[in-house]
Design a protein around this ligand. Structure first.
Ligand SMILES: [Zn+2]
Length: 393
């Protein structure tokens, strides 16, 4: 069985940030900026060269600082300088690169995470300190995962440690594929047993509801701190709500696909080439949320050993899945084939074509004439977890 590595980042909010930690942020920033300047003046893009040329001086200047901070600062400086150079070539960067963030990169020598005791042991200028964090329910799932890099991040809401976890999973050979068509307001699945499931997500309602809320705030309050805070509050609520929705959706999709061993999604990375999406999915936000939902589906599926493939999204809702002919609209959201007479909801067509493309990619040929005519055979599942917001706020 082929194995794959899954990487996920989890946030840990610290209960308090001791002085030793607060001093570390400006110090680290100073070091990163020193390194960026050195890289900039000598045009260095190699981590090893940057470390070699600066280590002695920095070691002498900051004898109390655990040496691995100098290594991670070199890593950060190299990547910041590299991305600066890239932007510069495109004419998008002026002046000298500067690091302004309150972020510290940690490697596995600098911290130890104890999920059971809910503490992080961190090396600082004053030796190792134990930091307590607020535990969240989702932290539990990382118990047997490998801990990788981490970032200490200072925000107005407090200090966080973002930890990258990884895990090897065995992905099974898929028997067949469930085609998944993501839409603004529903997710449609084409099941290998000939049935379809359509989950009404009401994502559009959620977005509209928050859009109206923000619009009202902007109309009522003058620009200022209060308005900004309110807008941020609702922005965060919307994100949380969508995130919650995506996790529930992904769980449902994975549950339905588990026995078939394969999930097919559209490859949205080259979305600009697709007429369907540029016309329908107004703006970056949707593409962003589709990718986000896809990535949640992908890792949840892989954790269960389900294979995930990405297929070409072009014309998935306008070609006939039975004969390959061109479909034309025939009433609200219904598509009809002028060649063979096949007719179905356009999202049903989309998900069916997605699963067919995955089978083709995998080298499984299903002669169209041996497939059942699946018209009208879809089930609609209505999720009720998305309607609660009407009264809130
Ligand atoms: Zn046809």
């Amino acid at each position: 069985m082929p194995s794959e590595t899954i990487k996920l980042t989890a946030k840990f909010k610290l209960k308090e940030s001791p002085d030793g930690l607060n001093d570390l942020f400006p110090l680290y920033r100073e070091i990163v900026n020193f390194l960026i300047t050195h890289a900039y003046e000598n045009n260095i893009t190699s981590f090893y060269r940057l470390k070699k040329e600066t280590y002695k001086e920095l070691r002498g200047k900051y004898p109390q600082l655990p040496s691995h901070y100098l290594y991670t600062a070199c890593q950060m400086a190299t990547s910041i300088y590299k991305s600066y150079r890239k932007r510069k070539r495109k004419g998008k960067a002026n002046g000298k690169p500067v690091f302004k963030k309150e972020v510290i990169m940690l490697d596995d020598h600098l911290f130890k995470l104890d999920l059971e005791k809910r503490i992080i042991k961190l090396s600082t200028l004053k030796g190792r300190v134990e930091l307590e964090f607020y535990s969240a329910r989702y932290h539990e799932k990382f118990k047997d995962w490998k801990v990788g890099q981490a970032w200490l991040v200072k925000t107005p809401e407090g200090v966080f440690i973002n930890v990258v976890f990884s895990r090897e999973v065995e992905v099974r050979e898929p028997k067949t594929f469930v085609g998944v068509d993501l839409n603004e307001n529903n997710v449609t699945l084409s099941l290998p047993n000939g049935g379809f499931v359509q989950i009404i997500t009401q994502e559009r309602e959620i977005r509209t509801c928050y859009y109206v809320k923000r619009w009202r705030i902007q109309k009522k309050l003058r620009a200022g701190r209060k308005r900004k805070a309110l807008l941020e509050k609702y922005g965060e609520r919307e994100r949380n709500r969508l995130n919650d929705l995506y996790h529930k959706l992904a769980n449902k999709i994975v549950e339905l696909a588990e026995k078939y061993g394969g999930i097919a999604l559209e490859d949205l990375t080259e979305i600009r080439d697709s007429i369907r999406y540029s016309a329908e999915m107004n703006g970056r936000l949707h593409r962003w949320s589709f990718r986000k939902l896809q990535s949640i589906i992908e890792y949840k599926a892989k954790l269960k050993g389900i294979n995930v493939v990405f297929v070409n999204p072009a014309h998935t809702s306008s070609l006939c899945p039975v004969c390959g002919g061109k479909l034309s609209p025939n009433g609200h959201r219904v598509m009809k084939c002028s060649n063979c007479g096949f007719e179905a909801d356009r999202d049903v067509v989309g998900s069916w074509n997605i699963s067919l493309r995955a089978l083709k990619m995998w080298g499984v040929t299903v002669p169209p004439e041996s497939q059942p005519m699946k018209t009208g055979g879809w089930k609609v599942i209505r999720y009720d977890c998305f309607t609660r917001s009407k009264s809130s706020g």
